[in-house]
Design a protein around this ligand. Structure first.
Ligand code: AMP
Length: 310
């Protein structure tokens, strides 16, 4: 059985429904990707590597992972910290705004839990995914240790996958983000960048420039997401532009990239070709954006993906 780890943060999501009522769920880039991968590829062991608390919301978050058939063996429980939280509010014009409480989240402590024993267990897996957001939330004091652990996993044969998702507010400076991203790219066997993420940091504004930039790190499999325009891949010296069918009924683009990442990696782990994996991933992302929130309804999502040939 193939296996993949998604390392990072899952948060408590609050959504204002009307003036006095809020809906509550769970979301976070690595969690979203894990959910969509597992819904499509049930025979891939899919684990989240994160830290949560001992509180009731953490209990429910754990149940939520289990409900999606995600392995929780590497979900560690911090003694005093609790999960990060964010609130989505929508104004009269339909504009969404986000407020975050995540600066003291349990997930920031994940590296503390990656001891020799855990690294030995993780070393048996096939792939480890982390994002620019995962990197940003790791405490600054733990980053060196994170790179040591990643090196150990890579030496054990785990393929490293990085999505340089950039969230400016999570970093002290652009220089700090760039330095960490470049370190991550040097480790990566596969990368799944969006064009926009590299625009602010590197002034890159085309898919070709993203390919050139990632190639300079010697990455074997480069998959560039460029919204509804196209997906460009560069693998074994071969550059391919994949056509994406644009969705007209876009409701909420939250987690489009996450769904793409999860389904693409699941397809690749299942032995699918690059172009098959891109088409399945684009179908997943195109479906997710027709539903509100990060996680689309399971049955509807699975129906579309079955028809697409998962
Ligand atoms: P983005 O993060 O905007 O590049 O989007 C991630 C993925 O979602 C893209 O690679 C597409 O596969 C898909 N996607 C985004 N926007 C659209 C759209 N309007 N129509 C169809 N697919 C889309």
């Amino acid at each position: 059985m193939k296996s993949i780890y998604f390392l990072g943060e899952c948060m408590v999501e609050l959504r204002v429904l009307d003036g006095a009522t809020m809906g509550q769920s769970y979301a976070g880039d690595v969690y979203n990707s894990a959910v969509y991968l597992k819904r499509c590829f049930t025979d891939i062991a899919t684990s989240i590597v994160t830290a949560i608390g001992q509180d009731k919301l953490s209990d429910k978050m754990l149940s939520c992972f289990k409900n999606e058939n995600i392995n929780t063996q590497f979900v560690f429980r911090h003694n005093s910290k609790v999960p990060g939280l964010y609130l989505i509010d929508t104004d009269a014009q339909g504009e969404r705004s986000f407020t975050y409480w995540r600066s003291d989240a349990a997930a920031r402590k994940i590296v503390d839990f990656l001891d020799d024993d855990v690294i030995t267990q993780l070393g048996a897996g096939d792939m480890l995914f982390f994002s620019g957001i995962s990197l940003a939330v790791i405490e600054e004091s733990a980053r060196e240790q994170f790179w040591i652990r990643l090196e150990q996993l890579k030496a054990a044969g785990v393929k490293v996958v990085f999505d340089p998702n950039y969230r400016a507010r999570l970093w002290q400076s652009e220089d700090q983000a760039k330095q960490q991203f470049e370190r991550a790219l040097r480790f990566s066997d596969v990368t799944l960048p969006g064009v926009e993420d590299l625009t602010v940091l590197y002034g890159i504004d085309s898919a070709q420039q993203v390919i050139d930039f990632c190639q300079s790190f010697g990455i074997a499999e480069i998959v560039v997401k460029n919204g509804p325009e196209s997906v460009i891949t560069f693998v074994q010296g071969q550059l391919t532009a994949h056509h994406i069918t644009p969705v007209t009924n876009v409701v909420d683009t939250t987690s489009a990239g996450d769904a793409f990442n999860g389904v693409y990696l699941g397809a690749r782990l299942s032995g699918r070709s690059i172009s098959d994996a891109v088409q399945l991933a684009a179908t997943a992302a195109g479906t997710v954006i027709q539903h509100p929130g990060a996680i689309a309804p399971r049955d509807e999502f699975k129906k579309v993906m079955l028809a697409a040939g998962i």
